[in-house]
Design a protein around this ligand. Structure first.
Ligand code: NAP
Ligand code: SF4
Length: 678
């Protein structure tokens, strides 16, 4: 069969193993690792991805000894303590024709447990625990632990291991001058600093034999001051190959780096160039990683010779069948990861199970099951935002006859505004995905049609799902109707022109988004592929790799096209409602662009002079040309009462159900769970 992705889908020899294609599902910690019934669920999760055609997968990280645990609580074992339980995972993956590696990760100074260890006693800026220095004997034991665990992993059915040497965990802290201040054989010179990683690989190969895949994850860019230089990284790659590594994976950025590496504002394929540098110096295969989320972009990496394999992690939360769809010429049907981090990383950072905003079944494969409906119903879905589209698609998939009503002339609801924000263009992929799926499932889509109680009852529906969304909250102050005042919908949907000096009322997610939008001259969409250079320059990334850590001494350089004041009534920290894994970068970007954050504000009036406010005891005039109101939303559910009076069963989802803290993750999850039971 001819394919659009001949390079991506071609086999690859890794050591003594031949992989069926060049797609790796990269390591992700899902939270199932610590869940009481997690092993069966992990088996179902990985098996679904193997069935979907991924050649090779890597598990979430697990420590080869007790000291290296991440410190996730009592449920977190080191591998030697739980090896038997992993057999269900390896068997399930092999039954589906896949291969899987166990990631061995020693957390080092990122461990959140009392007895944490590091090359030198230097606390990580993202950890409150201070590490103690490993002794020489403990270092030797750590090498043995990695090697013994590799052997045990192979006995448990794993096809090999990924040895984690990046992201600021133990191994990378030995490599870097930033964190390794030792004066013995394990520190000081580069030869000494690289010794731990090289010895781990050498010993693992010696003990495990030739047929166990040894993947070494190398930090191709540390993105922290004092990290590895490019010359050191390349030498490390050569040394790992000589020590017995079969394949090198790429790590980008330590966790303490203040440069975004995977969120939506990072352009696709932004870091492939750094992987290419190590590919040039080794003959074993190398893997590119980070923000590669479509088969087209993955194919381009392999076809251009920049890497031999592509690692994607979150794209497999979004769609287990990514590879199969690409192989079958159905790339347009892939549910694309939009790099929002909302349901994966943000969930993990708040102690919840990872899942996916656009695919709530991820990590819930055993309990959120979409089966044919017992009796087919005629169901109306009102509103074609993310929640409405997900409900309509799931209902139709179950066999129901679905009509989807949308007042606007296009699908997607609020996602149409989200995709206008620079860096959030990916949100358009979700609209594309659902549009294709709804068409395929023959959902009757009525655009530009405002549903009415009479219309819905006359159409003889058995039930209505009300996903009619929200309306922006109006502001009750003098001058709210002044020509300078406008809502975020005016700006993002109707593209109303905005002046050079702007005040934004409300600093929730949308206030921040609007601020970012307005820092760009014409509110341009992007960044996309063409903007990789601009992204790297803005964040001060040294593409010559001459500087240690790959960061320029001058740091980020950002500008705003407008003078912006972002206001909130609360005196709390700005951006507290933003995602844990993305909020810091969104906030930092606006700060670097000179946006003025003004808290503790009482709004008084808008007039020709601008926005009049009181801050503390002081009355102030913010002299602006435009005032954009981003003060939250009210639910839109005016059909509910009439439909209930007509005895039509009504189900509210998304913003129509709860406008406060409305988010697409909740809307889609609620939609799919409801549709699975109707
Ligand atoms: P929001 O998060 O509720 O923020 C609205 C802000 O407006 C509030 O923080 C509030 O702050 C202020 N406000 C509320 N009532 C007001 C009033 N009567 N007068 C003046 N100010 C008022 O709502 P949103 O920004 O519209 O975002 C909606 C949802 O979209 C979010 O919850 C989020 O889930 C999602 N979203 C997230 C992101 C992201 O994470 N990057 C981006 C976009 C959207 P004060 O009371 O302190 O002034
Ligand atoms: Fe991707 Fe967002 Fe899903 Fe995470 S939650 S996998 S970032 S789409």
């Amino acid at each position: 069969m001819t394919t659009s992705f001949p390079h991506l889908l071609s086999p690859l020899r890794v050591g003594t193993t031949v992989l069926k294609n060049r797609v790796l599902m990269g390591s992700m910690h899902t939270g199932l690792e610590e869940a009481p019934d997690g092993y069966a669920k992990m088996a179902a999760f990985y098996a679904a991805r193997a069935r979907g055609g991924v050649a090779l997968m890597v598990t979430g990280g697990i420590s080869p000894n007790a000291q290296g645990k991440l410190g996730l609580g009592d449920g977190e074992p080191a591998f030697p303590d739980c090896a038997d339980k992993h057999r269900v995972i390896t068997e399930a993956v092999h039954a589906e024709g896949g291969k899987i590696l166990l990631q061995l990760l020693h957390a080092g100074r990122y461990s959140k447990q009392a007895d944490l260890v590091a090359p030198s006693p230097i606390r990580a800026p993202i950890n409150s625990f201070e590490p103690r220095e490993l002794s020489g004997a403990e270092i030797q034991q750590t090498i043995e632990d990695f090697a013994d665990t590799t052997v045990l992993a192979a006995k448990t059915g794993y096809d090999g291991v990924e040895l984690m040497g990046s992201e600021g965990y133990l191994v990378s802290t030995f490599l870097s001058q930033r964190t390794n201040k030792r004066a013995d054989d394990w520190g000081g010179t580069w030869e000494n600093r690289k010794r731990l990683f090289v010895e781990i690989v050498r010993r693992a190969r010696q003990k495990a034999g030739a047929d166990v895949i040894l993947m070494a994850r190398v930090s191709v860019l540390d993105l922290v001051q004092g990290g590895m230089t490019g010359a050191e990284t390349m030498d490390l790659a050569r040394s790992l190959e000589a020590a017995g590594a079969d394949i090198l994976n790429s790590g980008i950025g330590w966790h303490e780096a203040r440069i975004p590496t995977i969120m939506h504002s990072v352009p696709r394929n932004a870091f492939v160039w750094a992987t290419e540098r190590i590919k040039e110096v080794v003959s074993i295969p190398v893997i590119a990683s980070n923000r590669i989320n479509t088969p087209e972009r993955a194919e381009a990496v392999i076809a251009s010779g920049q890497a031999d394999m592509v690692s994607m992690a979150r794209p497999f939360l979004a769609d287990a069948d990514f590879v199969a769809k690409a192989a079958n010429g159905a790339g347009g049907e892939i549910n694309t990861c939009i790099a929002c981090n909302q349901a994966c990383l943000d969930n993990i950072f708040s102690g919840r199970l990872a899942t996916c905003m656009v695919n709530p079944r991820a990590c819930h494969e055993t309990e959120l099951i979409i089966e044919p409906a017992a009796s087919v119903k005629k169901i109306a879905v009102v509103g074609a935002g993310p929640g409405g589209m997900a409900a309509a698609a799931t209902l139709a998939e179950r066999g129901h006859a679905v009509t989807l009503y949308e007042a606007e002339n296009r699908l997607g609801g609020q996602f149409n505004m989200a995709m206008a924000i620079p860096g959030k263009k990916e949100y358009g992929e979700t609209i594309r995905y659902f549009s294709n799926r709804l068409a395929q499932l023959a959902v009757d889509i009525r655009l530009s049609t405002r549903a009415t109680v009479a219309g819905l009852t006359d159409a003889d529906h058995d039930a209505v799902v009300l996903a009619s969304g929200v309306t922006p909250r109006a502001l009750d102050i003098e001058g709210a109707d002044h020509p300078k005042a406008m809502s975020y919908v005016d700006v993002l949907w109707h593209r109303r022109p905005v002046g050079e000096r702007v005040a934004i009322i409300g600093a929730g997610g949308i206030g921040f988004d609007v601020a970012e939008y307005l820092t760009h001259a014409n509110g341009l969409v992007g960044p996309d592929d063409a903007d990789v250079d601009a992204f790297l320059a803005e964040w001060g990334i040294d593409t010559t790799l001459g500087e240690a850590g790959g960061v320029t001494a001058s740091g980020p350089v950002m500008r705003s096209a407008r003078q912006i004041t972002l206001c909130q009534r609360s005196e709390a920290r700005f951006g507290r409602s933003l995602g844990k894994s993305t909020g810091w970068a969104i906030r930092a970007t606006l700060q670097m662009k000179g946006v003025d954050f003004l808290g503790g504000v009482t709004y008084r009036r808008i007039d020709d002079a601008g926005l009049h406010v009181t801050v503390g005891d002081e009355d102030r005039l913010i002299e602006v040309d435009s005032v954009v109101i981003c003060a939250g939303q009210e639910p839109l559910r005016d059909l509910q009462e009439g439909l209930e009076a007509a005895d039509l069963p009504v189900h509210l989802i998304g913003g129509a159900d709860e406008a406060a803290e409305l988010d697409a993750q909740r809307a889609i999850d609620q939609a799919v769970r409801l549709a699975a039971t109707m």
